[in-house]
Design a protein around this ligand. Structure first.
Ligand SMILES: NC(=O)c1ccc[n+]([C@@H]2O[C@H](COP(=O)([O-])OP(=O)(O)OC[C@H]3O[C@@H](n4cnc5c(N)ncnc54)[C@H](O)[C@@H]3O)[C@@H](O)[C@H]2O)c1
Length: 408
């Protein structure tokens, strides 16, 4: 891919993100982000470029880095830089480069931060605390980032307000479930060129994302098993028709394992010893810590490149275990990420968070996503699709408020 491809990808995203388009059209004339500097760390691909351009159109100076070394698309990054956004990212950045890029974003002294996973905000607190003086706040995109920021708050270390974008209903109900569901399956197919149907696929973690992944894998013809540590979730998976159990029960039967928990070392040495020959291992959780790569290397020796995004480990007894996308979130490292319309919803939620932070002084801590903004994204989404919304009659409102009379 070259710059021109990057430009076309951004144009494609722009053509299919009507909510952001409306939002910008409604608000750009007032330039609500004039005088604001927005620092972003997000998966740097076309939909993210659209968000960065929307914030710029609303008046902000925007600097952006990736939120994962493998999810940056260089062509998109180059095309975005051509449109006046400060871009610091490269696909395949080393860990050192990755943090240097975050520092370069912070060198713009952001007044507002958009983060995905919490790296930019924690870096700001730990390495550049002087920026807290002018920081109005941040908006966090994902489950894992919020877990980190809440831990930071509990330890008394969070010194800025952060809006929990992930927890917006218009974000996690659609992005985590339908976005992750479709894009993980798409990336699995693209990376391996193998069938989904006929496989026994094990989904570890039946949260918002895992539910979507399990649903789409089943839709493609896989038999699906589910593991979770939450007994309620496992009951839900059972009644949804999945096979349920522990890692010990289900790992030996799996042809494909997808982790999506946000937890550490979910697939470990003892599980690898019992895996089938040819099993595909993929992670969709935020960090590359869910599949124990150290254990894989210990058991499998020198890794071999099987395909572009597939690493082969050969065990002493000849079994082959295949790790996709180095255990990084597979749908972004070996795919294009969520579908465009889904990111239109998520990034409309993000854009409204940024506007809210620019307009309100909030106290340090993790703040719930304002319900009124959720409603606004939902309204814009329906309007963009030309869908009307039923309105309660006066009689229905009165009936709902009545408690004295019994059922008629
Ligand atoms: N790949 C993507 O595009 C994408 C999109 C959104 C979120 N995420 C990331 O995916 C992860 C999950 O997000 P979510 O919104 O589904 O979170 P969630 O909290 O809704 O679900 C996580 C599930 O994993 C379970 N779990 C936790 N530890 C476990 C363990 N040791 N073994 C088995 N199950 C365990 C929990 O009980 C829960 O049901 C996070 O890291 C999040 O940041 C990825």
């Amino acid at each position: 891919m070259n710059r021109a491809d990057g430009k076309r990808r951004i144009a494609w995203a722009e053509e299919h993100m009507p909510i952001l388009e409306r939002l910008v059209a409604e608000r750009a004339p007032q330039q609500p982000l004039a005088d604001q500097r927005v620092g972003i760390a997000l998966h740097l691909e076309a939909k993210t470029a659209r968000l960065a351009l929307a914030l710029k159109d609303l008046g902000a100076e925007v600097a952006i880095a990736g939120s994962n070394p493998l999810s940056t698309q260089d062509a998109v990054a180059a095309a975005l830089a051509d449109r006046g956004v400060h871009v610091y990212a490269r696909h395949g950045a080393t860990a050192e480069e990755y943090f240097t890029y975050l520092d370069q974003v912070l060198a713009h002294r952001p007044t507002l931060v958009v983060d995905d996973g919490g790296d930019l905000l924690t870096r700001l607190h730990l390495q550049h605390p002087e920026l807290l003086e002018t920081l109005r706040g941040g908006a966090e995109e994902t489950t894992t980032g919020l877990v980190r920021l809440r831990a930071m708050h509990a330890a008394g270390a969070l010194k800025a307000p952060v809006i929990a974008v992930n927890d917006a209903r218009m974000k996690h109900l659609f992005d985590n479930r339908f976005g992750t569901g479709q894009s993980v399956v798409e990336a699995l197919m693209h990376a391996t060129n193998l069938t989904i149907c006929g496989r026994f696929a094990l989904v570890v973690g039946f949260g918002h994302c895992g539910r979507g992944v399990a649903q789409r894998l089943r839709g493609m013809g896989a038999r699906v098993g589910v593991v979770d540590i939450d007994p309620v979730k496992l009951n839900e998976a059972w009644l949804d028709g999945y096979e349920v159990g522990t890692m010990d029960d289900l790992v030996p039967r799996a042809d494909l394992i997808v982790t999506v928990t946000g937890a550490l070392r979910v697939v470990r040495h003892e599980h690898m010893l019992r895996m089938r020959d040819g099993v595909l291992l993929a992670n969709a959780g935020h960090f590359d810590v869910e599949i124990d790569k150290v254990a894989l290397a210990e058991l499998g020796g020198e890794p071999e490149t099987a395909r572009e995004d597939v690493t082969r480990y050969r065990l002493a007894d000849g079994r082959r275990l295949y790790l996709l996308a180095e255990g990084r979130l597979v749908n972004l490292a070996a795919g294009d990420g969520h579908p465009v319309e889904i990111m239109d919803l998520s990034f409309a939620v993000q854009a409204l968070s940024v506007l809210h932070l620019a307009q309100h002084r909030l106290l340090p801590g993790v703040h719930e996503y304002p319900a009124a903004l959720d409603q606004e994204v939902a309204r814009l989404s329906l309007e963009a699709r030309g869908v009307g919304l039923e309105v309660e009659t006066e009689e229905q409102v009165r009936y709902r408020a009545t408690w004295q009379e019994g059922t008629k």
